[in-house]
Ligand binder design. Sequence first.
Ligand SMILES: [Ca+2]
Length: 374
Amino acid sequence: MNRRRLVVRSAAWAAAIATGLPGAAPAAAAGDQSPPRRRERDGRPRHRPPAVPPARLYAGHPAAAAFAAELAQRRGWDLAWIEQQLGRARFVPAVPRLIMPPPAGTAKDWAAYRARFVEPRRVQAGVRFWDDAAGWLERAEQQFGVPPAIVVGIVGVETFYGRIMGDYRVLDALATLSFDFPTGRRDRSAFFRGELEELLAWARRDGFDPAQLRGSYAGAWGLPQFMPGSILRYGIDYDGDGRVDLAGSTADVVGSVANYLASFGWQRGMATHHAVAPPVDTRDRAALLAPDIVPSFTAAQMLERGAELSPAGQAHAGLLALVELQNGDAAPSFVAGTANFYAITRYNWSSYYAMAVIDLAAEVERTRQRRPGP
Ligand SMILES: [Ca+2]
């Protein structure tokens, strides 16, 4: 593994030098341990093609340099330290491609989306996760009011209980989206520069090397796929070992997810959604759909517009949202989402995501309850 890393890095260095890209000298000064100017290994000729595509480093990149200077001034951090971190960040060509939305005209299909997550293997893994984390889940429910099933549903949809946590260096992913955000969609580079800043802040606080962290192409990390800013704001050291470990501590994962939802308005004892049939009148339906997933209507207002709510929905005291889930060419599904449905969408801004979490949660819970007793 180390040997392979060395080869990869050497190829990157050689490419940076050969193409005259900014990077080699400043990054070499940044304390990288690999031999930067070695032109051949094991007697191989130096024109041998590298095993991996050449990497472009962000050392000396104008936007990265400006960001480092601004950060040093605003946060009072040592400029050389910031430049050292950014100088090791690599442009990852796959990342701008992955951040692009699906092609226009791609029909949303709730049934297909659901089937990806609510399936037997993920449900069984959810049962095991629940068993392993039962004590922490109970504690989190008492403290934050978030039911165990919902925490289990989120971790299952996010990473299949840790099986799919991403293998991009978080530093590389965030630098790429900060300084090479693709054109052709809404520019979110400012958000990612903010997350890059949070990554550095977190590394300083907890004293680790930010280049070691691996996560998603968008820079999310650990079983619950928190962004660095969320780790700083909502991450909890639930097992009390002195650090927030969302990749290794089930306790920290459970506490942090529950704390996150509570921070975004989760209400103890409230359902996530109620059954609803939308108004037949298209103008009434459009009016109820206009606020999208933001709960905006009382049950009485929904009924006035011609929606049909279940008895529990009619008795709901808070505001509701009419949530539409498209099913490709088939008729769409609808639910009346509560403040708790909305809280789940603060985790990932999609009603499809929230509904998958809720359905996986319910299926894991049912499977666990159906299990024969000891
Ligand atoms: Ca901990």
